[in-house]
Design a protein around this ligand. Structure first.
Ligand SMILES: *[C@@H]1O[C@H](CO)[C@@H](O)[C@H](O)[C@H]1NC(C)=O
Ligand SMILES: *[C@@H]1O[C@H](CO)[C@@H](O)[C@H](O)[C@H]1NC(C)=O
Ligand SMILES: *[C@@H]1O[C@H](CO)[C@@H](O)[C@H](O)[C@H]1NC(C)=O
Ligand SMILES: *[C@@H]1O[C@H](CO)[C@@H](O)[C@H](O)[C@H]1NC(C)=O
Ligand SMILES: *[C@@H]1O[C@H](CO)[C@@H](O)[C@H](O)[C@H]1NC(C)=O
Length: 453
């Protein structure tokens, strides 16, 4: 065998040896994998330029909420509390002057979807009895603060209702209504309903669901459009298919099913119908078992936001399976196991051979990308697969939830902050950093191959 070939084979073997092995039937294997993946994710967080500001990421604000949400799930499922201080610090720092996750530093350019992800992180903390600090508002009251901030933005100027994507008229997305903003508030309302048993939240959840169902954002065929416009009175549609849009409506419907004691057929019908149309996210390239964001992954064009979407589909539905214990959820939970194994095989990048790629359908052929978002996605699916090993949760006020409700959480919902200049300098920096990592990696391979000749 020529020496270069030996070197190449050794390298490939090394690659495989370096991937993260996941046995989805073994809790210890899952916990170990999750710990490795979470640690690398938090390394990225700790290395950010803006580390003087807890919870603020470079070039993005909303991902902070989603990373903390994923880490709270991780803590609950594994008992590993090493990141808890950082989670608390970041969450409280970003809660805003009015306890509604609308901090004045960033509120001039936030969308409803950005804000709701922090609200979802807060309710996750409440539902899982994540530790609170005395002197701080409760997790549930922070989630209620987001609800109280968003409800007054319900827009009756067109489409007979709905939440706009962006909050301020000077932003492009102000004229759009989109699935993640409406589905996000729907989910938050449904979870607040189950936690607090306050019927007002359930009424809003149902109102948002029914309104969505009257637009292409939640078609009768259970196909979800990403966007629709006020100008067309919500008759038009941007039809890019994203996992998280489906997941947020599925999650909310699952919570409403449980809240209504299964007495209203519409919610389970929604969960079932949307899981059926979500089968598109398990394409042939992954033997119909491995989840993929099919709009961007096959063409290798996922931006950093899109790289996180699978986190939500997997981990939300994973937790939902505890409160919707039917064969409808069992089937997709099975696919998450295959996805978790494939995700682990993607984790062979970087100098330590443990950084994960995003295209899990490529299995052991690392896709050459790495970053905080990739880590988050893998942690999401590992969390989903760990859920069945836990006996209980999500908690609510009647079954052990300790976080206190304050229906008046968040005090100054709307309109107090005006426009301010927007900069996007940070974003570029993150891109360059990724490029440097990839170059170093490619450089390392070339060196090995050339060196072996
Ligand atoms: C707002 O910006 C100031 C100045 O950079 C910083 O000290 C503070 O921590 C920021 N607050 C939040 C919530 O990010
Ligand atoms: C669900 O059942 C519980 C226990 O029987 C009951 O207290 C509650 O009111 C029911 N919820 C709804 C929304 O009907
Ligand atoms: C609601 O969730 C609980 C677990 O918290 C479960 O025991 C119960 O069966 C669920 N109710 C329905 C209608 O599925
Ligand atoms: C789930 O169970 C119901 C009856 O309990 C059955 O009608 C349905 O076909 C089952 N669905 C799947 C996906 O197995
Ligand atoms: C239920 O929530 C609504 C809306 O936040 C609030 O106005 C009302 O006071 C709450 N009711 C109770 C009994 O807490």
């Amino acid at each position: 065998m020529p020496r270069w070939l030996t070197t190449l084979l050794t390298f490939l073997l090394l690659q495989n040896a370096l991937a993260i092995e996941v046995n989805p039937e073994d809790e210890t294997s899952l916990k170990n994998a999750a710990k490795t993946v979470a640690t690398t994710m938090v390394d990225y967080y700790n290395a950010r330029d803006s580390k003087a500001i807890p919870g603020k990421f470079d070039g993005t604000w909303w991902e902070g909420g989603s990373m903390f949400m994923t880490l709270i799930q991780y803590w609950y499922l594994t008992g590993d509390s090493q990141f808890n201080d950082a989670i608390q610090e970041g969450m409280y720092w970003q809660k805003g002057d009015d306890n509604d996750f609308f901090p004045s530093n960033y509120s001039q350019y936030l969308g409803n979807d950005d804000q709701v992800f922090w609200g979802l992180a807060a309710i996750t903390a409440g539902e899982l009895n994540f530790p609170e600090r005395s002197g701080e508002p409760s997790w549930i009251s922070l989630a209620e603060g987001v609800f109280n901030g968003q409800i007054p933005r319900w827009d009756m100027t067109a489409c007979n209702g709905g939440l706009r994507w962006q909050i301020w008229p000077y932003q492009d997305g102000y004229n759009l209504k989109n699935a993640i903003s409406n589905g996000g508030l729907f989910q938050l309302s449904a979870r607040l309903a189950l936690y607090t048993k306050n019927a007002t939240y359930a009424e809003w959840a149902e109102k948002i669901w029914d309104w969505s169902h009257s637009t292409p954002l939640l078609r009768k065929t259970w196909v979800i459009a990403d966007t629709t416009t006020n100008a067309a009175n919500c008759k038009d549609h941007g039809d890019h298919q994203w996992t998280y849009n489906y997941a947020t409506y599925i999650m909310g419907a699952g919570y409403m099913h449980n809240y209504t004691n299964g007495t209203e057929g519409k919610w389970l019908e929604g969960v079932t119908g949307l899981l059926k149309t979500s089968e598109q996210f398990f394409p042939k390239s992954g033997d119909h078992q491995i989840i993929s964001d099919i709009t961007c992954e096959p063409i290798d064009m996922c931006d950093r936001n899109q790289k996180t979407f699978k986190t939500y589909f997997t981990s939300w539905i994973g937790f939902m399976s505890l409160i919707v214990p039917t064969n409808v959820t069992a089937e997709v939970m099975g696919k998450f196991k295959a996805s978790a194994v494939a995700a682990g095989q993607q984790c062979s990048g970087g100098s330590d051979g443990k950084h994960c790629g995003i295209r899990w359908t490529m299995k052991s052929e690392w896709d050459g990308t790495m970053g905080l978002e990739q880590q988050m996605s893998v942690l999401g699916v590992l969390n989903a697969v760990m859920v069945p090993f836990t006996a209980d949760g999500p908690y609510n006020a009647d079954n052990g939830g300790k976080s206190k409700s304050d229906p008046h959480g968040g005090s100054n919902p709307e309109g107090s902050t005006g426009p301010a200049p927007i900069t996007s300098g940070d974003r570029v920096g993150a891109g360059i950093l990724t490029a440097v990592f990839v170059l170093v990696w490619v450089g390392a391979i070339s060196w090995m191959l050339v060196g072996g000749k």
